[in-house]
Design a binder for this molecule. Structure first.
Ligand code: NAI
Ligand code: HPV
Length: 411
């Protein structure tokens, strides 16, 4: 039997790229020899998505496509997923891990884009520009300094002091703002930023509060009625993280009562599925709210860089097996395997499984030139480079080990 029969022909490997992922991604795949690429400018309806994933090996999405265990059930050949964005909450990370599917993202490629947008919104809101702008569009002239402030000397409260939060902190200090932050982890304070004593202390003492937390059960409705009641009266609120973080009805009420003087919201509990669908929100009625259609990370620079970064990670996993920087999977950084066959074995991390794998190599007189192992919770990933002559039989036997989730052989 020829070895070629078990290695995938690159031209047959189907790659599905959704939600208008930048063309830079397709370019990377093509230059790596992958030509079976299906693209769509939006997220797909359930039936269409299931259909296209039936024979797909790689899936690229942005923040809109929900990848559930039920969807994965319909995608039996899926080898890896690329989130061409920062957030990975749209993917069931546990289910993908248990099915042997690594998930990759671009953890910093749009950080600066979000930070710049938030900075701009903060300046505009402190000056009351959104309402003056809306009035001018209606033919009204609101020339007045009332309720119009500089950023200098004001206090910015950052909730979630990670990549985006810290960037904003640095930029805001350059404007002369005092920066405080709240994070569930202990963080290195950059510049003169200071950790707030508590979330509520931050809310009570900030002129502007901005959220940069991931979507988790703990961040759901972090900004609820109780939190709004703690806010300094007349504060500005910004959310460019996830739509689940701020209770929109409570925000609408706080705007009515003027507890909140203005807001900028980029993400919503329910977002339109495409640019053709109507955007519905109780916030539409407020001139002092900047509403943006989840474009915090949508700049030409960020999207082009994300396209390259995530497609390179997927192509590398396909060609070489490397899972470095995966968000849900044992991370293994692999050298090239020139002149060797590489066997990738993904399994449930049960006692004795490594011994069984190596017993098979030993009983087939396979010469191992390198072996790499990493585990994460319940899943293990073993990569073994072996002499070519004996790889196929051993590979077939490895598939029969109890606990095996997925196997691949790379030439
Ligand atoms: N609007 C948009 O287009 C974009 C939105 N995002 C969103 O922004 C989020 C943050 O992005 P990064 O700064 O890159 O993430 P990051 O992981 O670097 O930072 C998040 C920070 O939040 C902290 N955190 C987690 N749970 C918390 C809690 N309950 N209370 C306080 N802090 C908590 C973490 O410890 C971490 O320091 C992403 O998860 C994504 O959902 C990211 C990019 C673009
Ligand atoms: O990077 C993120 O987490 C974002 O929210 C950006 O999402 P998008 O790629 O614009 O759908």
């Amino acid at each position: 039997m020829s070895f070629q029969n078990t290695s995938f022909d690159k031209e047959k490997i189907k790659i599905v790229l959704l939600e208008g992922i930048h063309a830079s991604a397709e370019k990377v795949f093509r230059s790596a020899g992958y030509t079976n690429i299906v693209t769509a400018s939006k997220s797909l309806p359930k039936d269409e998505l299931e259909q296209t994933l039936e024979d797909a090996r790689f899936l690229g999405i942005r923040s809109r496509t929900q990848v559930t265990d039920a969807l994965l059930e319909k995608a039996p050949k899926l080898a890896a997923i690329g989130c061409f964005c920062i957030g990975t909450n749209q993917v069931d990370l546990q289910a993908t891990k248990l099915r042997g599917i690594p998930v990759f993202n671009a953890p910093f490629a749009n950080t600066r884009s979000v930070a710049e947008l938030v900075l701009a919104e903060m300046i505009l809101l402190l000056r009351g520009v959104p309402q003056k702008n809306a009035a001018a569009h209606r033919g009204e002239w609101l020339k007045s300094a009332a309720d119009s402030y500089e950023t200098r000397g004001k206090t910015l409260g950052i909730v979630g002091y990670g990549h985006i939060g810290t960037q904003i902190g640095i930029l805001a200090e350059n404007l002369g703002m005092n920066v405080q932050y709240f994070d569930i982890e202990t963080k290195l304070a950059l510049g003169n930023a200071q950790a707030a004593e508590s979330y509520h202390a931050l809310l009570a003492s900030s002129d502007v509060v901005t959220f940069h937390v991931p979507e988790t059960p703990q961040t759901k409705n972090m900004m609820d009625a109780e939190a709004f009641a703690q806010l300094k009266p007349g504060a500005i609120l910004i959310n460019a993280s996830r739509g689940t973080v701020v209770d929109i009805d409570c925000l609408a009420q706080a705007l009515e009562t003027k507890q909140v003087a203005g807001a900028a919201i980029d993400v919503f509990p329910v977002e339109p599925k495409s640019n053709q669908d109507e955007f519905e929100s109780p916030l539409r009625q407020f001139d002092n709210v900047i509403l943006t259609p989840h474009v915090g990370g949508s700049t030409m620079e960020a999207q082009a860089n994300i396209g390259i970064e995530v497609s390179e990670k997927l192509a590398k996993y396909s060609d070489n097996g490397s899972t470095l920087s995966s968000v849900n999977f044992p991370e293994v950084a692999l050298p090239s395997h020139e002149g060797k066959h590489r066997i990738c074995h993904i399994h449930r991390n049960v006692p004795g499984i490594l011994a069984k794998i190596n017993d098979i190599f030993s009983s087939n007189s396979v010469n191992i030139s390198a072996q790499f192992l990493q585990t994460i919770d319940s899943v293990g990933y073993v990569v073994t480079d072996i002499d070519q002559s004996s790889s196929l039989k051993a590979f077939e036997e490895l598939k029969t080990i109890e606990g095996t989730i997925k196997t691949r052989i790379l030439y």
